[in-house]
Design a protein around this ligand. Structure first.
Ligand code: FES
Length: 102
């Protein structure tokens, strides 16, 4: 096994988990607020800002915030973690302003 330092200042994990007949962040009924679509939008924003390699957006499995999702967990290279629920498309500018900066 090889180990190396994480090269990113911050990693944003967005739940893209789906389930049938139970709440989940990327279920179809979430519409434009699906974790999957929000993750893609944030990834596109990273590319547009030229921040690939400095920050990372990762599609994750369940973060245990299913009913209140989509869930976002932010980990930074100082070892701090923040877990947010209720991510919505209209909150992306706020997320971008807070977390997609280096
Ligand atoms: S399905 Fe997203 S937090 Fe559980």
């Amino acid at each position: 096994m090889q180990k190396r330092a994480i090269p990113y200042k911050r990693v944003l994990f967005i739940c893209t988990h789906k389930r049938e007949n139970e709440p989940a962040c990327a279920n179809v009924e979430r519409g434009e607020n699906s974790g999957l679509l929000l993750a893609e939008e944030l990834k596109n924003e990273l590319k547009a800002r030229g921040l690939n390699g400095k920050l990372r957006v990762v599609k994750s499995g369940c973060l245990d915030f299913c009913s209140a999702g989509p869930a976002l967990m932010v980990a930074d290279n100082a070892g701090d973690y923040t877990l947010c629920a209720g991510l919505e498309k209209n909150k992306l500018p706020e997320i971008i302003e807070e977390y997609l900066q280096v």
